[in-house]
Design a protein around this ligand. Structure first.
Ligand SMILES: Cc1ncc(COP(=O)(O)O)c(C=O)c1O
Length: 388
């Protein structure tokens, strides 16, 4: 049996949805993107949803629209996908890493305040793998120090903190539609915000700074006149092919989340007595969307400081699973270990010990909504075989 880490699972109707824009010839951002945005707002209860080309461009546009710029500092977890940090670099800012809590893989809330300086302008909490960050202390710190909060909710579809969807707490929330995410448009992203003025600015910036979208112009009284461009924007527009695909999946949004949660529960139950594999821990006020199923390998060895040996054993185990047809991955990477950041900021692994341990000793097991019962039982058997 061959089980990938993730498999795209689109229905025939969803696949066929792209035929409509292909048929009408409206391929760029238009009615289908607008439909997807409306459905996204309905599901997340965000006041505004703005579709873009990726979560990375969502993060970039958010910071740019808020006014983040040269010399400004932003706090990001040291364990996240590299683009959470890259967008700060793209705007001439300084990345300030903060270590994570090894139990949640999310920001260590007790360390954030010590990272705030006179130049700090923003915090980027990451709801990693779909586990919501406890936003209360983050918002309190942001208020106290007058900071922007840009939520990296790349993995946060269906994730809720105290019943409120992630991405709706901060100034903006940023989502990804990369194929490993619960809803996919190939590449793609969404920005959510409750601030109408900010939403307007984001809409302009994604579209070359235009005062009016192509769709508004075509539907308006004088479609033959071009729009003004009050600012120098970017081209971060989603295509209508992607919009159609995204909108089509929103019909079963609730089912997609429920299926992922039920798969996760099966893994939780099967592995609950394994001391050597720590499965995702979820607090009662968090709803996990399970973009993935990240575990910590041999947590007791990590506590004893045996990172190198544990990493060696984890890699051997990943090899073994791969030979048995099961794909796994490290949950994500520690950004301070990656050469650009290591060199530029002169960072050592031990500067963020939990991010380092997570990088070396985490393992994500296959979890995607098309995972069959037979496939999951096979994964469970192979995991239980180890050391038994
Ligand atoms: C936490 C996090 N942030 C940002 C991104 C970037 O998303 P995209 O590939 O849509 O730019 C990812 C992608 O996996 C991610 O996991």
């Amino acid at each position: 049996m061959k089980i990938p880490i993730s498999r795209t699972d689109l229905s025939e109707t969803e696949i066929n949805s792209v035929l409509e824009p292909l048929g009408t010839g409206w391929l760029v951002q238009g009615p289908k993107v607008r439909e997807f945005e409306e459905k996204w707002s309905a599901f997340t209860e965000a006041r505004n949803s703005i579709a873009v080309t990726s979560c990375t461009s969502a993060l970039h546009l958010s910071l740019a629209a808020l006014g983040f710029g040269s010399g400004d500092e932003a706090i990001v977890p040291a364990f996240t996908w590299i683009s959470t940090a890259n967008v700060i670099e793209h705007l001439g800012g300084k990345v300030v890493f903060c270590d994570i809590d090894l139990k949640s893989f999310n920001l260590d809330l007790d360390q954030i305040e010590s990272k705030i300086s006179l130049n700090t302008k923003a915090i980027l909490p990451v709801h990693l793998f779909g586990l919501p960050v406890n936003m209360e202390p983050v918002l309190a710190l942001a208020k106290k120090h007058d900071l922007w909060v840009v939520e990296d909710a790349a993995c946060g579809f269906g994730s809720r903190f105290k019943e409120k969807h992630v991405g709706t707490f901060g100034h903006t929330g940023c989502f990804s539609f990369h194929p490993r995410k619960a809803i996919t448009t190939g590449e793609g992203g969404m920005i959510t915000t409750d601030d109408d003025l900010l939403a307007e600015k984001l809409r302009r910036l994604r579209d070359h700074g235009a005062a009016m979208t192509d769709l508004q112009r075509h539907l308006g009284p004088r479609p033959y006149l071009l729009a003004d461009h009050p600012e120098a924007g970017y081209n971060h527009r989603m295509t209508d092919l992607q919009g159609a695909l995204g909108a089509a999946q929103m019909y079963r949004a609730g089912d997609i989340v429920a299926k992922r949660q039920s798969l996760a529960r099966k893994y939780d139950q099967a592995f609950e007595s394994l001391g050597w594999l720590r499965t995702p821990l979820v607090h009662h006020d968090q709803e996990h969307g399970y973009q993935s199923y990240p575990c910590l390998f041999m947590p007791e060895e990590i506590e004893r400081g045996n990172i190198t040996e544990t990493n060696h054993l984890r890699n051997q185990w990943m090899d073994h699973l791969q030979k048995n047809g099961i794909s796994t991955r490290p949950a994500t990477h520690a950004v301070h270990l990656l050469n650009f950041y290591k060199e530029k900021y002169q960072l050592k692994p031990e500067d963020f010990p939990n991010a380092y341990a997570a990088d070396q000793c985490s393992i994500s097991l296959p979890l995607f909504h098309g995972l069959t019962e037979e496939e999951q039982l096979y994964v469970i058997d192979k995991v239980l075989e180890y050391k038994n």
